[in-house]
Design a protein around this ligand. Structure first.
Ligand SMILES: NC(=O)c1ccc[n+]([C@@H]2O[C@H](COP(=O)([O-])OP(=O)(O)OC[C@H]3O[C@@H](n4cnc5c(N)ncnc54)[C@H](O)[C@@H]3O)[C@@H](O)[C@H]2O)c1
Ligand SMILES: [Zn+2]
Ligand SMILES: [Zn+2]
Length: 368
């Protein structure tokens, strides 16, 4: 079939929205009609050419929500009409990691996904016979996508698409960092560094876990106000002195749980230092630049602090994204403040500009 999609032709150039060809879903694959898609830093990172593992041409986008249009052979868990959220982090339910509760890092399709292929080593998108690779296994800056069944979470049809798509990436990452990775205990004190989509999700996750005090740190006063709306009790300007302030606010000890959601290794270090002696757990969610390292004084660890990394918030997507969406539908999370701009597919490059200007949290592409 023919469809419109935003193609990355050359790194550093604007995406080109055009007609491309999409092939039928094969075994284990699903055709999804996309209704909404968030524009994320990872898309821009690849578009800019900064990502050394990036490739082109490709259809970017990985924060999609839509409706199953058709299924290929051997698809058992999805049927036409189902509402789905795309998962760059799949869940096969069979590999050694899927069978272990300690991780969400499914091993089933990693290698082919990293190469821009579907699990059978080919692509479904093309243009006059030339293959166009899939991005993060999703390619959702498009009217349709074909994805593996194991990379789609079936969610409640009650959820508006523009909110459902937020669960495909940053929001679930932040919520899951607090709920899964840190498993914040009720009554705790938490400190969240960064109030973008991930940090705000972490603030909401700490609140859902029953944290008593949630300190949010960011450079932007507007973003800190959004954090207050998600349950932050204390707002702090980031930068020099932030760690000292957190220590002062916690009787000199530090927070029971700290979260880093900036991607800045210096801030990761601050998050370790702001964690409580004895049992403080620092959860790192930000993605650092290539080659950057985290510098930690070992004494901080000997005296009881721990550091954990969190990919997609430790969320096993097919099992947990539907549960998170249900919690949102039950009124536990307010997502309206996160959708800052609604744009058309043709305006995808404006979505990048808005993100670079830090204008709002998410621009959402409305597709249908
Ligand atoms: N682990 C995962 O699976 C996963 C998933 C999605 C995103 N990420 C990563 O998480 C990070 C955050 O993503 P986002 O979409 O929320 O980004 P964002 O850029 O929207 O937010 C980052 C925030 O950090 C703030 N910040 C910058 N310097 C600071 C400082 N010194 N102190 C306090 N705050 C500071 C910025 O003002 C901004 O509000 C990125 O590195 C992103 O790549 C990770
Ligand atoms: Zn994303
Ligand atoms: Zn798996």
């Amino acid at each position: 079939m023919r469809m419109r999609a935003a193609v990355l032709e050359e790194f550093g150039e604007p995406l080109a929205v055009q007609e491309v060809e999409l092939a039928e879903p094969r075994a284990g694959e699903v055709l999804v009609r996309l209704h909404a898609c968030g524009v994320c830093h990872t898309d821009l990172y690849t578009a800019s050419g900064a990502d050394p593992s990036g490739y082109a041409p490709t259809v970017l986008g990985h924060e999609g929500a839509g409706v199953v249009e058709a299924v290929g052979p051997d698809v058992g868990s999805l049927a036409p009409g189902d509402h789905v959220v795309t998962l760059f982090s799949p869940q096969c339910r069979e590999c050694v990691h899927c069978l272990d509760e300690r991780t969400n890092l499914c091993l089933a399709i990693r290698e082919e996904q990293n190469k821009g292929h579907l699990p059978d080593g080919t692509t479904r998108i093309s243009r006059e016979g030339e293959e166009i690779r899939s991005f993060m296994g999703c390619s959702t800056f498009a009217e349709y996508t074909v994805m593996p069944e194991i990379a789609l979470a079936k969610v409640s049809p009650e959820a508006p698409f523009e909110h459902a798509c937020l669960f495909a990436c940053g929001l679930s990452t932040g919520l899951g960092a607090a709920i899964n990775t840190a498993a914040v205990r009720p009554g705790s004190t938490c400190a969240v560094f960064g109030a973008g989509m991930v940090g705000l999700g972490a603030v909401a996750g700490c609140r859902l876990q029953g944290a008593e005090r949630i300190i949010c740190v960011d450079l932007s006063p507007q973003r800190l106000e959004l954090a207050r709306g998600q349950g932050a009790t204390d707002l702090l300007e980031g930068g020099e002195g932030a760690v000292e302030r957190i220590l002062e606010m916690t009787g000199g000890f530090g927070a029971d749980y700290t979260f880093e959601a900036t991607g800045n290794v210096a801030v990761m270090g601050e998050a370790v230092e702001a964690a409580r002696m004895g049992w403080g757990l620092c959860t790192v969610a930000g993605v650092a630049g290539r080659g950057e390292t985290l510098d930690v004084v070992p004494r901080l660890l000997i005296t009881g602090r721990r550091i954990a990394g969190s990919s997609f918030g430790g969320v096993k997507g097919r099992d947990q994204v539907p549960v998170l969406v249900d919690r949102y539908l039950a009124g536990e999370i307010d997502l309206d403040p996160f959708v800052s701009h609604r744009i058309a597919l043709d305006e995808v490059n404006r979505g990048f500009e808005l993100m670079e200007a830090q204008d709002g949290i998410r621009s959402v592409i409305e597709l249908a």
